[in-house]
Ligand binder design. Structure first.
Ligand code: GDP
Length: 324
């Protein structure tokens, strides 16, 4: 049985940027089970007044496109400007949980000893609701710890992309020449969700063509007006750190646009709504699971099968029992 931690004290220490306290809080928000849930509530309550300042950048794209190389270069550029940075590498397919610090240190080797960088792998496989539970809280931990920018990098593909977009202020989509990029990206609806495009591996043949295809597609779909964000296409050679300053500039100008257009507020409200909804649904599901006997799901099902009750009445009863 783990010793109970003094959560408000941890939050205070995390706000001063103590790596150990930040690490502990991240582990707390990742822990599952009833005890974990209880502590999660405590952590959420203690963090609430200190969150909402960080610029959350979601970074997504197909495997091998250069996401982790770009993230590492981006961290370097932001650190060079003296900004504190957090990185959450989200891997929905990984069974390894948050303490995968060794892997992180290897992966982001050059930043491992920098006190201004917090890096964490989040394994979400098997967690109810995937990212829904732990990632928003992990974001708040890094936010409270004074990270000006938090990068959420998806390691996996598919659903995680969508979920990352839902969490980010600014979504960056990485493409690379010769990866079936342009057309496929359009199919995946990625043109709409991206705020900033990066064409990485610009040292390779076909990079100029990829930029042209993308720019063309954006022009076709683009609307104009003072409140409209024009999605930039940034070329990078992440492996050599080239173009990363342009990426930082694009992120900063998107952040400024979010504030001036009111879009940041709108996105944050939508995010809070989704989070409240997810927590409520989860709670209802677990209440349904707790109900046993005639008031529970299986008891009601028996009565429906026996013809004593129609499923709508059964649902009314179940909802009543859940609420009581
Ligand atoms: P991820 O799977 O999207 O995270 O991609 P990685 O960052 O692991 O990069 C995949 C491979 O591409 C690695 O071998 C990198 O060294 C390489 N790579 C990353 N950026 C560039 C680049 O700008 N140019 C070239 N030629 N290779 C790159």
């Amino acid at each position: 049985m783990a010793r109970r931690l003094d959560v408000p004290d941890l939050v205070e220490r995390a706000r001063r940027g103590e790596p150990l306290a930040v690490g502990r809080l991240l582990s707390l928000v990742e822990s599952d089970g009833p005890a974990g849930r209880e502590q999660l509530r405590e952590v959420a309550a203690a963090l609430a007044p200190h969150a909402g300042r960080a610029h959350v950048v979601g970074l997504t794209g197909p495997p091998g496109v250069g996401k982790s190389t770009t993230t590492s270069a981006l961290v370097g550029a932001l650190r060079a400007q003296g900004r504190r940075v957090g990185v959450l590498a989200v891997d929905p397919s990984s069974p390894f949980s948050g303490g995968a610090l060794l892997g992180d240190r290897v992966r982001m080797g050059e930043h491992a000893t920098d006190d201004g960088v917090f890096i964490r792998s989040m394994a979400t496989r098997g967690h109810l609701g995937g990212l829904a539970w732990s990632t928003p809280q992990a974001l708040r931990v890094l936010d409270a710890a004074g990270c000006e920018v938090v990068v959420i990098e998806t390691v996996g593909v598919g659903q995680s992309e969508v979920e990352v977009v839902a969490l980010a202020d600014t979504t960056v989509v990485l493409l690379a020449p010769g990866m079936g990029d342009g057309v496929q990206a359009a199919k995946a609806g990625i043109l709409e969700v991206a705020d900033v495009f990066v064409v990485n591996k610009a040292d390779r043949d076909g990079a100029a063509q990829t930029v042209r295809d993308l720019t063309h597609m954006l022009a076709l779909g683009g609307s104009v007006g003072p409140q409209v964000w024009r999605k930039p296409v940034v070329r990078t050679v992440a492996a050599r750190g080239e173009g990363i300053d342009d990426l930082v500039a694009a992120l900063d100008s998107h952040r400024a646009w979010l504030d001036s257009s009111g879009e940041r507020e709108r996105r944050r409200l939508a995010r809070a709504e989704a989070e409240i909804e997810a927590i409520t649904l989860d709670r209802i599901r677990s209440r349904i699971g707790d109900l046993r006997g005639s008031s529970g799901l299986s008891g009601l099902a028996k009565r429906v099968v026996a013809g004593d009750l129609d499923p709508y009445r059964a649902a009314d009863e179940l909802a009543g029992n859940v609420g009581s």
